[in-house]
Design a protein around this ligand. Structure first.
Ligand SMILES: Nc1ncnc2c1ncn2[C@@H]1O[C@H](COP(=O)(O)OP(=O)(O)O)[C@@H](O)[C@H]1O
Ligand SMILES: [Mg+2]
Length: 412
């Protein structure tokens, strides 16, 4: 079987790595991939928003199954277009992907199906949004409706800051059309975690729970990033909480999607928060998370192609995994690229390095992005896993290497 993976991050490297252990697969392709992916797959240059270009490649290379990593092609309806052409693809169609590319849609569907989530109001006019924030209490959360690459959510502590945020989104349009509509919601206090399900044939199967570290600085300080590290499973997510996630969130959501004739298949990521021991939804994503994928995929004791054939997905194992992201200093702000990466004496026992922003030039591997590498290890015990990850990091050299030293500190 010939498989194509779309994306260029460490998440997609993790998918390709998992596929490479699958005996059903003869060849792996990636669009556009990166220097790490190129070690185990054939990378083909194409823009991720050029759906017709991707279809042409899938046909030319006789691809049997395509797996979509990031949200952008899903929001452009890549699944609908592939299926119309009779090509097999893993991910939700455009209507399903709306759960991520419209936060207002996701909130509305949660309200209809009584899924626990923060109280909210939706506005598409600046003046009525300002009217509302005048007479509400703080802090509150302001979210751009559309895709903003993880930058569209702000916490407002006061009326003045709320107006400023609304002005930037709705008048200055710093996110273009993505910020023309906003969701203003109640601030929830609690512990965040990620729970991703495989959704297939109207049913869902949880993957191990995960936690990521969004802030750039140690002690969860500084700006939000795409994610600086992660671990899985989350020790404080027990069976009882998972049952609540099933009963109060995923089951009613799936029932409501079915009612609306939205046939969802693919990964569904719940960005959840535990408030007084009750799980609430902060957001849905319609794909695997990054860096969650890097710690979840090494724990699965089934093949990636099993998703195509099987109807249940037991992952029960005692294994755990932890990932630390190496970034270019300055990320998520400005940073330099083109720095040579040298890997010295790394012990690859239960350890793998997933690439994100890397390119190969003249035989050298260079940095090419903000997040550069995801150093991931797995095993029985978080203390040992964590030591392996940080020992490997000491053996990786590039100018302006930045990483958090406190990933998983609370686990030991
Ligand atoms: N209602 C809320 N209460 C408290 N914090 C929130 C709330 N909604 C979002 N956040 C914080 O903002 C982050 C980003 O919000 P999220 O809805 O996940 O959007 P995105 O990932 O698209 O930026 C969350 O991980 C959480 O830390
Ligand atoms: Mg989020």
């Amino acid at each position: 079987m010939r498989v194509l993976v779309i994306g260029n991050g460490a998440r997609e490297h993790a998918i390709v790595w998992k596929l490479s252990q699958d005996k059903n697969i003869s060849e792996i392709f990636a669009i556009p991939g990166n220097a790490g992916i190129a070690q185990i797959a054939k990378c083909i240059e194409e823009k991720m928003d050029n759906i017709q270009g991707i279809i042409d490649i899938a046909k030319e290379y006789k691809i049997d199954w395509t797996i979509v990593g990031p949200e952008l092609p899903l929001s452009l309806g890549i699944v609908d277009i592939f299926e119309k052409e009779g090509l097999k693809i893993w991910g939700p169609n455009k209507e399903g992907a709306k759960l991520e590319y419209s936060k207002a849609f996701a909130k509305e569907i949660m309200k209809t199906s009584k899924i626990p989530t923060a109280e909210f109001k939706i506005f598409d006019s600046f003046s009525s949004a300002v009217e509302f924030v005048k007479k509400t209490s703080y802090p509150l959360v302001i979210k751009a409706d559309g895709l903003c690459g993880g930058k569209g959510v702000k916490i407002a502590e006061s009326y003045e800051s709320a107006v400023q945020i609304l002005h930037e989104y709705m008048i200055n349009k710093i996110f273009g059309p993505s910020g023309e509509k906003v969701v203003i919601e109640e601030y929830l206090e609690g512990k965040e975690f990620s729970l991703i399900a495989i959704i297939k044939n109207g049913d869902f199967y949880f993957l191990p729970s995960a936690q990521d570290y969004k802030r750039v600085g140690e002690g969860n300080t500084g700006e939000n990033t795409g994610g600086m590290g992660s671990f899985s499973p989350v020790p404080w997510i027990n069976e009882e909480i998972l049952k609540k996630c099933e009963k109060n969130i995923f089951r009613p959501l799936l029932d409501e999607l079915t009612k609306r004739n939205i046939n969802y298949q693919g990964f569904l990521y719940g960005g959840l928060i535990l408030v007084r021991n009750e799980p609430y939804v902060l957001e849905f994503n319609v794909r695997l998370g990054d860096p969650e994928a890097q710690v979840i995929l090494p724990l699965l004791n089934f093949n990636f192609t099993d998703i195509l054939y099987r109807t249940n997905f037991p992952w029960l194992s005692d294994k755990k995994a932890l990932c630390v992201v190496l970034a270019s200093k300055g990320y998520p702000g400005n940073y330099e690229t083109g720095k040579e990466i040298i890997f010295k004496n790394i012990n690859f026992q239960n350890l793998y390095i997933f690439h994100a922003g890397t390119v190969k030039r003249n035989g050298k591997i260079l940095t090419s992005g903000g997040r550069v590498l995801s150093v991931t290890s797995w095993g029985e015990n978080f203390k040992e896993i964590r030591e392996r990850v940080y020992n490997a990091i000491d053996e990786i050299y590039f100018e302006n290497k930045y990483y958090r030293k406190d990933i998983g500190i609370e686990l030991i």
